[in-house]
Design a protein around this ligand. Structure first.
Ligand SMILES: Cc1cc2nc3c(=O)[nH]c(=O)nc-3n(C[C@H](O)[C@H](O)[C@H](O)COP(=O)(O)OP(=O)(O)OC[C@H]3O[C@@H](n4cnc5c(N)ncnc54)[C@H](O)[C@@H]3O)c2cc1C
Ligand code: SF4
Length: 356
């Protein structure tokens, strides 16, 4: 791979410099060499098929770019379509028992968690920063108020988050740190934008969110997708645990900001209610969680479906809660863990790897 040039277009873009590791640059080129491997691009799986007993996956149905539908038979199905799509595919395929928030019964859709990501924006008169020269991995993190790294006595919440300063992008408009009282458009907005673009930064939190029985995923009773399947519905709001955690950690973030002796500090808080605006995080978790028994979870510790042993569901859908870290390292580790179990255990003795 080529050395990173800190181009400033890391987050949300493919790397034109071939410096970023992703499935496209690492795994797929190796798989493409194998005669036994076929990659069907521009195809969308619409259903996981099961036999009459409902205990065995028989393959998947997919639609190609021309809208033609195919049935692909399979001895083993691994669903790895991203957390929300994993859960939606299981739901629309009728695999598993839907979670009912009224009774607490059922497992599919429960423990949906998000993250809480407040920030503190910092404005200087005497420091010049260049937000445009950024890279995904360029940053500083304070992990002292995450997880169990500190004494929570009397604080009224569990868990925490990491506090970070990073510059993954300096794209104008998206990188819009403006002092208190700036109008949202017009000449005064433009003037404030120009004056502050090179002299501002932010410190943000990757705050954990614990599961709550009222936060869950299910199927929408009204809206349908292009294939006629119900859309997935998210029922979600921030709860007291994370709002208290926000108050505490933002206090620490303000202390860090003040130590930099800025002209102005502006808090950007989340809540009290969840809102899809502004962009906060793409770290969704849960809905098909792993656990020790089928009464409380959808998959076992190897991400094997409790009801359908030849079906594995890989991704952050397996997380029982959302911790104060970025998820993809754990998603990757779980994928390796699951793949190893499939290769070393399941393929030798197909069947449940954990007894229910
Ligand atoms: C803008 C952005 C920034 C992020 N930054 C970070 C970060 O800094 N750190 C971090 O840890 N995480 C980050 N994430 C989260 C990270 O991208 C996910 O955790 C990770 O990609 C999840 O991996 P996955 O394999 O489960 O799903 P994905 O990487 O989403 O892969 C799923 C694949 O399945 C395909 N697919 C979906 N449905 C179907 C279907 N029905 N049929 C066929 N194919 C299907 C999709 O096209 C996709 O290729 C970020 C995400 C976004 C969007
Ligand atoms: S900053 Fe990101 S996108 Fe830009 S060269 Fe480096 S790895 Fe590639």
């Amino acid at each position: 791979m080529a050395p990173c040039t800190y181009c400033g277009f890391c987050e949300k873009f493919g790397c034109g410099n071939y410096s970023k590791a992703s499935a496209q640059t690492t795994i797929l080129p190796v798989l493409m060499q194998k005669k036994s491997f076929t990659l069907r691009t521009e195809s969308e799986v619409t259903k996981i098929n099961v036999d009459a007993s409902g205990k065995r996956a028989t393959g998947v149905t997919y639609v190609d770019a021309h809208g033609e539908e195919f049935e692909q038979p399979a001895e083993l199905v691994v669903v790895c379509a991203y957390i929300t799509h994993n859960v939606h595919l299981l739901m629309t395929s009728g695999i598993g028992t839907m979670y009912d928030p009224a009774t607490g019964q059922g497992t599919l859709g429960k423990n949906y968690c998000y993250q809480l990501t407040p920030s503190v924006n910092i404005f200087f008169d005497d420091k010049l920063l260049n937000p445009f020269v950024g890279a995904g991995a360029l940053g500083m993190v304070v992990d002292d108020w995450n997880g169990d790294n500190f004494d929570h006595t009397g604080l009224g919440f569990i868990h925490g988050g990491y506090i970070a300063a990073y510059m993954t992008t300096g794209r104008p408009i998206e990188t819009e740190l403006l002092p208190e009282g700036t109008p949202k458009w017009g000449a005064k907005w433009k003037k404030a934008f120009v004056e502050n673009y090179l002299t501002s930064m932010s410190v943000s939190l990757m705050g954990a969110v614990m599961p709550n029985k009222a936060n869950y995923l299910d199927l929408d009773p009204t809206y349908r997708d292009v294939y006629g399947r119900p859309l997935m519905r998210m029922t979600y709001d921030f709860k007291q645990n994370e709002l208290k955690m926000q108050d505490f950690t933002v206090g620490k973030m303000v202390e860090i900001a003040q130590a930099m002796k800025p002209r102005e500090i502006k808090k950007s808080l989340r809540g009290p209610h969840y809102d899809i605006d502004p962009y906060q995080s793409t770290h969704n978790t849960g809905g098909a969680i792993m656990g020790v028994n089928p009464r409380e979870s959808v998959v076992n510790r190897y991400l094997q479906h409790w009801d359908v042993p030849n079906l594995f569901v890989v991704g952050a859908s397996a997380f029982a809660h959302n911790s104060g870290y970025n998820p993809t390292g754990t998603v990757s580790a779980l994928a390796l863990w699951s793949a190893q179990a499939i290769r070393d255990q399941y393929l030798k003795h197909p069947g449940p790897l954990v007894s229910a």
